[in-house]
Design a protein around this ligand. Structure first.
Ligand code: CU
Length: 138
């Protein structure tokens, strides 16, 4: 009995040594699990970035209504508009396309009705494929 116990303890020790060496270089990527809270509940008029998707991928808003893009992930994204000139500044913010570093937020608004397409070029997005979304302004 005693012997079997000691044999079990051996492999466990090796496993823990391997996994602790493994986590040496990484940041709190595990903390991204907290994004689970935002998974189904991105706030109103907001488009969240989780993993390599925009969620929800489409929002319908009124004219001149601020839309917020929030990067909840630990990866960098960008929001590149098909028509950057249509993505207008909100307050003192910038206008047009923008970079979205981890945990950042930015707002834009639109004064023309229609579908405004945007995508993330870092994750293979274009107007028709990859990481992309749209704001429908009416
Ligand atoms: Cu991206």
């Amino acid at each position: 009995m005693y012997t079997a116990f000691r044999m079990l303890a051996g492999p466990m020790f090796v496993l823990s040594a391997v996994s602790s060496g493994d986590s040496g270089g990484t940041d709190p990527i595990g903390g991204g699990g907290g994004g689970g809270g935002g998974g189904g509940s991105c706030p109103a008029n907001t488009i969240c970035m989780t993993g390599s998707t925009f969620s929800p991928s489409s929002r319908t808003v009124g004219l001149n209504t601020p839309v917020t893009w929030t990067n909840n992930s630990s990866a960098a994204h960008n929001v590149t508009f098909s028509k950057p000139e249509a993505a207008l500044a909100v307050g003192s913010s910038g206008l047009g396309s923008f970079d979205a570093p981890a945990t950042s937020s930015q707002q834009r608004q639109f004064d023309a009705p229609g579908t405004h397409t945007f995508f993330c070029t870092i994750h293979g997005g274009s107007a028709t494929t990859g990481m992309r979304g749209s704001v429908v302004v009416q």
